[in-house]
Design a protein around this ligand. Structure first.
Ligand SMILES: [Zn+2]
Length: 142
């Protein structure tokens, strides 16, 4: 896995992991005692208080749209309107991100969506290494 001192693509958020081959994934943590999932490492389960630290797992990249907001005003340079969505990934994690490629009037709660890793808007670190971000698209999109 790529860490902060390694050359190459860097995770754009704490939940993204990037392999040495550039492959990216979302890492969640699952409690062995009760099965609850968390987006970050914890010392104990947030659901059942088990003192056994939840184990990391690779999250599914498919899920369903929970809710959304169409954003019409944003920072300079950010193209609007865009859809800010909350997605429930299969397996239990939920994330907020931009949902691309779907007209707002076609959005439906529960519609299938999937995660797509991207270049985080072209962001790079001080050494020119790119960041990896993500957005969502309709689940049936290629
Ligand atoms: Zn638990």
């Amino acid at each position: 896995m790529i860490d902060a001192d390694t050359k190459g693509p860097k995770p754009g958020t704490k939940v993204i992991r990037v392999g040495n081959d550039g492959d990216a994934w979302i890492e969640g943590y699952r409690c062995a005692a009760c099965g609850a999932v968390m987006p970050v490492a914890t010392m104990a389960c947030r659901a059942c208080a088990s003192r056994v630290p939840p184990e990391p797992y690779r999250s599914a990249e498919t899920g369903t749209l929970y809710t959304w907001s169409v954003v019409h005003r944003s920072y300079p340079g950010v193209e609007v309107p865009f859809v800010s969505a909350i997605v429930d990934l299969d397996g239990g994690l939920s994330f907020k991100g931009t949902l691309k490629g779907v007209e707002p009037n076609r959005l439906k709660s529960g519609m299938p969506v999937r995660l797509v890793f991207d270049d985080a808007g072209g962001a790079v670190d001080a050494d020119g290494n790119p960041y990896v971000g993500f957005h969502f698209v309709a689940g049936d999109a290629a």
